[in-house]
Design a binder for this molecule. Sequence first.
Ligand code: HEC
Ligand code: HEC
Ligand code: HEC
Length: 432
Amino acid sequence: MSFPFISTCVQGTRIKFSRVGGALSGMVLGGAALLATTVHAHAAASAPNVENGRYLARAADCEVCHTAEGGTPYAGGRAFSLPGVGVMYAPNITPDKTAGIGAWTDQQFVDAVRKGISPHWKHLYPAMPYPAYARMSDAEVRDIRAYLATLPPSAQKTPENSVKFPFSIRSLMVFWNMLNGPAASYANDPAKPADWNRGRYLVEGPGHCADCHSPRTRTFGLDTSRALGGNVVNGWRAYNLTPDKQSGLGAWSDEALAQYLSTGHADGHGTAAGDMADVIGHSLRYLSASDIHAMVVYLRSIAPLHTTEDTVEARTPTAGDASLPQNTRGARLYASACAGCHMPDGTGRQSSFGTITGARSLGADNGRNLVQLLVQGSGMQTTTGVQIMPHFAGGGLSERDLADIASFVMTHFTTATPHNMEQAVHDARQAD
Ligand code: HEC
Ligand code: HEC
Ligand code: HEC
């Protein structure tokens, strides 16, 4: 590329509560011209399909981001905070005529969702995953609009963003889009079977899996050369999804992968936590069995990549209370704080969701997700209610206690060698 861009990638930036890895922070800055190049496709208007819109809104997980914690669904207000950059809020997208999108035309809605351009040339930041949503057709996005139009309007005002200069100049997103922005919608690959094409569409389009699971380039676009090779988002490791045997999904059976994606738990691989628990609870568990199968087919077909961060070797502890060693602080603390739900051998006492044997989080990336779990806890909506793993920060346990528990878990359940766990716990608590 010959554009005279200055790329400002803020290292280590993390969007709190966000579903993306801080896309804003890598925004490409420079130049001043505003190139407005929207092609308005006037597709033949057929009646929108509300049920299809509801299904796609779930597959695309719109509600999670556009709802404040405990707030009215789709009324916006969820904060996305980027250290060093500022705070932005997902807007109200209920059909309210002033506070929401009730007064928009369908084309304006399609442009916002597929191109990241709201009315009056308001360029959206890619915290809204429009580059992925561009994979959907205009007609599908109109279906989503038709579904949103059936929701009760909410007059809740979206708080003003407080994004710092120069990130506050929305039109600079034009340049980011040139480098990293939306592709066209999707042509199926006629050489591939229908389920593969459907799976690719769901993973790359509405599911926007790469937003969390792909590493980023210096300008914070998705690194397509390492697609789905794992990344750190909000302090959690979103693991390698490629078919590599050790560090990816290569050793999972198709059944286990389908079970994980549709329920959040797979025997021998643990239970989804953190942002992935949200993805399962609000989105993937609503998908049809054939769509889950299609995603499995597609994930099996991508290029395998090996990543050291995601490599972990499980150790199988013997069952039974007597087998729990009591000779370290970590072991004694596990016995009192964890074994009540996870048993000494990692099997769930109340339900299979608590069975954590074989989970990558027990050791991968120096216990990164394990530490996040201890500090933040996790919760997932399931057909049998919310599965909650409580957090342990701030209660009776010190940072050293949590570090000792993490070290014990890592060595009891895996062959990992923990290093500097107290610092890891401290960092996770600072960021919380
Ligand atoms: C990862 C979080 C996330 C997801 C998922 C998401 N959005 Fe957004 N969306 C945002 C954020 C943040 C903004 C505001 C961005 C900004 O201020 O530039 C936004 C902006 C929008 C806007 C522009 C509103 C306005 O007033 O300008 C629309 C419309 C929208 N989203 C619709 C959707 C739909 C429909 C879906 C699902 C297909 C969806 N969003 C999924 C985070 C998300
Ligand atoms: C908002 C970020 C986010 C999005 C979007 C997301 N994931 Fe994840 N994913 C994660 C995180 C974080 C984990 C680790 C969860 C844990 O520690 O239990 C994870 C874990 C997983 C795992 C388990 C991997 C393992 O080795 O244990 C699979 C499989 C997975 N995701 C598939 C998907 C698919 C398919 C999509 C798209 C439909 C997707 N994810 C979208 C964040 C995300
Ligand atoms: C009240 C019951 C309860 C207690 C106490 C509890 N957990 Fe959990 N834990 C759960 C449940 C339920 C899940 C699955 C839900 C989720 O991940 O969102 C889980 C998940 C996990 C996971 C798997 C996450 C993954 O990515 O696969 C690990 C590891 C874990 N817990 C470790 C611990 C440790 C260590 C302790 C003690 C400090 C502990 N838990 C205490 C209920 C509990």
